[in-house]
Write a protein that binds this ligand. Sequence first.
Ligand SMILES: [Zn+2]
Length: 753
Amino acid sequence: MRCYLYPVEYMPANYDVSIQGFEKRTPCHRIVGMDNVVSLPYGNKPKPVPFPHFPSTLHAVVWRNWDIVDHKRIAATLQMSPSDVFSIGTSMGLPLPQRLTNLKRKRIALTIIRRNWHLLPYDQLLQLLDWTPSELEFTLREDDFLYVKLGNHKPDCPAVHYRPQTQAELSACANLRKAVNDAFPDGLPNNPQPLFQFIDDLSTLPAARVAPKASTLSPRYCYSYFALYGDPLLTPELDPYPNGYVAELSRAGVDGVWLQAVLQKLAPFPFEPLRADKHEARLKSLGNLTRRLAKQGIKLWLYLNEPRAMPKAFFDKYPHLKGVTEGDWTTLCTSTPEVRAWLKSSVTTICKAAPDLGGFFTISGSENLTHCWSHGQGAACPRCSILGMPAVVADLHKAIQEGIDAAGNKQRLIAWDWGWPDAGVKQTIESLPKEISVMSVSEWDTPINRGGIPSTIGEYSVTITKPGPRATRHWSYATASGHRSIAKMQAANSWEMSAVPYIPSVRLTAEHAAAVKEAGVSGMMLGWTLGGYPSPNLAVVAEVGAGASPRRAMEAVAARRNGKKYQAATVQLWDAVSDSILEFPFHISTVYQAPFQQSVANPLWIQPTGYKSTMVGFGYDDIDGWRAVYPPQIFAAQLTKVSDAILAAVARVHEIGYVSAGLTQDARYAEAVALAYGSVADQTRFYMLRTAGKLSSRAAHQLLDREQARAMRMLALQAEDACIGFEASNQYYFLRMDLLEKVINIADVRSSV
Ligand SMILES: [Zn+2]
């Protein structure tokens, strides 16, 4: 997730910017940890949402952590014995727990935080995570806007401790067990694929190396499918790019990958040298990584969002570097020679340490507060107010480019136009040094009409096939002033559905890539943090880049992937998914706020929760937030239309009988997408019925039947393939316990209406 700061012209009308931002985190909860005193944010301390399908919060904690937290740790957190944890879990009908290695457990912290956010107070959450307060504070603040995704507040949860169960609770547990057993009379799927199995699979080198075809489009770069935020260059055991995975990406036609980078962590920081502690070790590791990737024809790109703002106290010592202030942070003004010199020398240091590095790309108009105009407040800086935004952005990029030049290497710099205000784009591009490429989100501003509702695509859509007016305009400015252009697109998936590694709408990707190539761009960023899986979607982009038409690209990839025998069936499925998903009711608020990622695991609430949905976090029951510009009936109808059409296409694949592994995988992800859309449609209808006072109607009960069937089917799909439910920057959106929880949630709704 990147863009919660919208450029003003793309801001949804009802979007409340005032709640965005960690700095508004009062009141705070001060916890004295082992390392220091940190302030964990509380926001307005709302009452947690109820989960009445559990006998008590204790039961909910046991249930939700069953497969992913060591039972000894659950027991210690709740002040009970591991055998009590086990007996409570099994009394509710939970299966034997899955086992996670300690290394894999490190990869699931965000999932643990999210599922306990409404259950446990901070101190117990810390105990469950086995984290210090500062680790949690860092993660909430730095890890891809986690605190924003959680709603900018911490529900005020009372402590949860073991006590002997009451008779009523014991009989409630028996009811849960019965609901689970009734849903799965033959038991749950045996031997579900272990969580994160894909890391082991992708880390195994393929038998034969395939030399990539020459392409006119370069770079074609994507993010790791399973990188962790944090300090990847100092944690080799959590390598985001193991050799086998890199080989698979290369086979899928990718020629670049990217990582976030913070200059203070990679190069000396003369103003406060301690901040650059261990930078030598990181540089060494970066050099090794880039060398290793280069052996497989892959370049590493570093994402820069610089210079990072500093705490206000820093400027007591350096008042002459002070730019503009936002909350607790103040910019290092790039209109001062010292800051530009530091930027330049940092980049030179990195390039010298990693000569195989592909280059850098920047975001300079959103995300963290960086230069004085980065959040539009440059007028408050005495220097940058005079220079204006285009000159400040150009100066920042000049400093980076000079750093590259001084190293004498061939690294490239890509300036992403994200967040540049319309009025200043032309001048900004014209002011950039010619060596710098200009990147624009291809799909942005494309007009659409879905279900009779006119709207525009923001970004994060796989459902368009040619560049929109914004990118076209910006690329023309770039070409006219001698710059190369780069397209940013979502080749494989998007927030339209990111709980699968790719949406098999392969034709749309191929057509989009062909249109982007036709528009004269030289390379592509294939996706943000989601979707860096070696998919057929990435493969068709490479084929198109090598000169194939979209149709030929699909046929070639289908044959390579599934053999001649299943080529036609594969292309047929891709065509059908592509045709269907063009009806998706896109709006940028919808893809952020509606529970497409949680999908069927989002519980149903009989009573209004009062909560607003959060960005790719909690959907709650906020259908007005989900549907954005679409009337609820149309929103639901469009999603059902997509879902039904995809399910029909999947059924045609199943009718063939045994098919190749690749086609099975495509059909599985198509089905998961269809289940998610069908579920969000029915969740929307459920709340329309709730508003109308008709939850006991036949329609409501039929809807509950469908939701239960979806939960069970999604559980089966995830048991076959542990990619289902996972995305790198949010980790597992749902697990089998959540899908089982939906079953007991539905049973509770049935008995209560
Ligand atoms: Zn300034």
